[in-house]
Each structure stands twice: as structure tokens, then as C-alpha cells.
Design a protein around this ligand. Sequence first.
Ligand code: OKP
Ligand code: ZN
Length: 325
Amino acid sequence: MRCFWDDRQRLHAPSGEFFNGAMHPAAEHPGRVDAILAAIGRTEEPVDFGLHPLLQVHRAEYLDFLREAYAHWHAAGRLGDAFPYTFPIAGRRPLKFSRIDADLGQYSFDTSTPIGPATWEAAYWSAQTALAALQAVKSDERTGFALCRPPGHHAGADYFGGYSYLSNAAICAVSAGKRVAILDVDYHHGNGTQDIVMDHDAMVFASIHADPTTDYPFYWGHADESRGSILNLPFPRGTEWSGYEPALVRALDWIEKAEPEMLIVSYGADTHEDDPISHFKLKTSDYAPMARRIAALGLPTVVLMEGGYAVDALGTNVAEFLSGF
Ligand code: OKP
Ligand code: ZN
């Protein structure tokens, strides 16, 4: 399987994240990729597909903001990474501000996702890496893997959050130019992908994730958000493979009925039992069977990296998953 990665993705190195009333070390740090690269072997660099595919998904104003945000923050005399502190929970609309703090809040939904000097560059190349894997799958490969970092499934058309800035999965799906199903098996609900799928006719989205009544991102991922193009299957903390597998079968059946021509998998290894911020109980040995079930759909498949924070197990978990294809 061809694997894609760009070293510029390493440049995003968040100083920390704020939750539970305090700063914590960033769970989504560059060390994650060292673990994965060591386990998967050779990778290829993406070519530059430019801004056009990003603009098919994201609002131009949002992309301008992301590219310029750190410069504005720095110009305002702020030290360290840019963090929002106030959010338009009601009446969010495209307003013009002359203050970086207002823009940060209108384009984001949490305090876990800082913007540093190289965040735009890393997110840009993360998306290009996804597009390179798509290109490989479109030309000759059955399956391609993009080691995307930062991840993408929490980013919407005009918002960032959940360590995500650009919607790698949706960018891939639109660029595919065909009917695409996105299967999200990260521990957390892919709220950004879901929001974007609602605006695009040729995409369907199925997700198996932690029950948002107890787990991030809380405000999305509930079963009652399911509709024609969306299937949400939330599961309680403590879920093991015995509970997960039937949900996967159900999601795959649902995807099959949607008759997609291509599959994008948002793969998070944070369903693993050792994950420090998540609470499912999957084992390393569950990932190859998981992938074999997905591969049995027989669809051209692009696998995109999302979360996974148990660094000691991360490389093996990713390699196991890819081996199942
Ligand atoms: C990103 B991905 C941690 C609070 C911050 C942010 C989670 C982002 C997950 N206790 N939570 O889906 O892996
Ligand atoms: Zn996650």
C-alpha cells in the first residue's frame, strides 16, 4: 500500500491545550508521527494540489483567516500560540472584526486547538497528503494511506476545533468527483465532517464513536442526528471489540446500501485500550480484523489518519490496521 506523508506536517507543535480549568501538554504532538513512521516504513511526499480543492469545502474567508491568524496574533503583541476565549454560541454569522480574538472565537469551538506559527503550513500539507493518497487510489491502487497531521474530522467548512483545522476527509471526498462514503472510526465523533456532508449531495457519512453525552465533542454525534446521508452510532465508555464489531457491520451494510463508488476511512487509533484521553477498550489485535471487514466492501479506499494518543502503541496499531487491507 502506498503511504503518504510530508515533513512540513511536523512543524505544528502546539504548546498545550486548555481543559478542566488548566493547561495540559498537547495530546496531539509531533511525537505521534515518529511512532507511526517507524512502524509503517517508506512514505512518499505529496505534490502540491494547491488551494482549489480546499476551497471546494472551506469558505474562502475562513482559509484567509487560518493563514493569517498567527500573524495577527503576533502583531497584537501576544506571546505563544493563539487561543480563543470567547465564542458566539448564538447568532453566529459572518461578521467583520478588527480584533484577532473575535475572529478566533467566531471560527472555532474549543480551547484545545491553538494556532501557532506553522499551523497553517502543517494543516495545508496534511490536506495535500490526503489528496496524494486519493490520487494514488484514483490511478492504480486499491488502497492508499495518508498520515494526516494535524487531523481533520472536527473541522467544518468555516471552523476549527478538536485539533483539526482543515477537513481532510471532505476535501478528499469532493476532489474524488464521485459518490463517496466516509466511515469515521475515530473514538470521537467527526462533527466537522458531518456538518460538511450535510451540504454536499455526493457524500454519505457513518460514524462509530463515544456517546457524546459523556464525551467530546458533546454537541454533535447523537443518534438522532442520523438522516438519509448520516449514520451516527454512539457507544458507551468501556466498549470492547465484542460490542464494536456488530456496529461496524451495521455501518458497513448501511454504506453498501448508499452505493458509493469510493470509501474514505477516518481512522483514529484512540479507540485503543491504552489511549490517554479516550475510553474504549479495543486491542491492537482488533485493528486487522476491523480493516478486513472494511476491505470486504471491495471499494477503492483512502485511509486518513485522525486521532490516536497512546504513543507507545500507536505505530503498531496503525500498522496492524493497514495490514488488514
Ligand atoms: C481529536 B480527535 C481532553 C479534552 C480535549 C479534545 C479531543 C480532541 C480529539 N480531555 N479534548 O478526534 O482524536
Ligand atoms: Zn479522536
